[in-house]
Write a new protein. Structure first.
Length: 196
C-alpha cells in the first residue's frame, strides 16, 4: 500500500531532521505518483503534562506534515511508570498535532499501547498473571507495579480519536488477548460501533 516511516527519531542537534525531511519529500513524490500512501509514526510531541518538545516542533517540519497521508501519533512511552500512556497524555498529543501544528484532524491517528511500562510486557501476559487486569490501568506484576491501558482507558481514547481525530493505531496487535471480554481490540471495535 505504500510506506509507513518510523524513524525514531529525527532531531535538530545532529542534523538528521534535514535528512528526514529530504527523504520524506522524495518518498512522497515517488509514492504518490504511483497512487501509494506515505505515512509517518511521530512522537506524542509533548510531555505527559503537555509541554511541547523542541524536536517535535523542529524535526517534523510543515513540509513533512503536508506531504504525508496521515501521521501515527505514538502517544505512549510518556515515561516508564504511571505517566506511560494516560488518557490526558493522549489528548495532549492529539491536540498538539492537530490544533498546535495544524495537521487536519482526519490525518492524525492516535496510537494506543497493548503493553506495559516498565518492561514492555504484553497485555495478554499481564492478564495471564492477573486475570482482572483489564479492569484497571495498573497492577502488581512479578512483584512490581506496571502501568498500561485497561478497557475503560482504551474506550475513552477510542471515543476521543473517533470524535476528534482520524482514528486509532495499535502498537502492537499481537500483544492483545484472545479473550473477547478482555480484548483491547474488541473494546476498540465496540466503541467505534457505539451509536452507529
Amino acid at each position: 500500500d505504500g510506506v509507513d516511516m518510523d524513524w525514531e527519531h529525527p532531531n535538530v542537534s545532529n542534523g538528521s531532521s534535514k535528512r528526514y525531511e529530504k527523504l520524506m519529500l522524495y518518498l512522497s513524490e515517488k509514492l504518490h505518483a504511483k497512487g501509494k500512501l506515505l505515512t509517518a509514526a511521530v512522537l506524542g510531541g509533548v510531555s505527559p503534562e503537555g509541554t511541547v518538545y523542541r524536536d517535535a516542533t523542529l524535526a517534523h517540519t510543515d513540509k513533512v506534515l503536508s506531504c504525508v497521508d496521515w501521521i501515527n501519533v505514538m502517544a505512549y512511552d510518556g515515561e516508564e511508570g504511571a505517566r506511560h500512556s494516560t488518557y490526558q497524555f493522549a489528548r495532549y498529543s492529539g491536540d498538539y498535532w492537530h490544533k498546535t501544528r495544524g495537521v487536519p484532524a482526519e490525518k492524525v491517528v492516535l496510537g494506543v499501547p497493548f503493553y506495559v511500562r516498565p518492561g514492555g510486557t504484553a497485555y495478554r501476559d499481564i492478564l495471564s498473571a492477573v486475570p482482572n487486569a483489564h479492569l484497571s490501568d495498573t497492577v502488581s506484576y512479578r512483584g512490581r507495579p506496571v502501568w498500561y491501558n485497561g478497557l475503560s482507558t482504551i474506550q475513552a481514547k477510542t471515543r476521543y480519536a473517533r470524535d476528534e481525530l482520524g482514528g486509532v493505531m495499535i502498537w502492537e496487535i499481537t500483544q492483545d488477548t484472545s479473550d473477547p471480554v478482555k480484548s483491547l481490540l474488541a473494546a476498540i471495535t465496540r466503541t467505534l460501533l457505539e451509536n452507529s
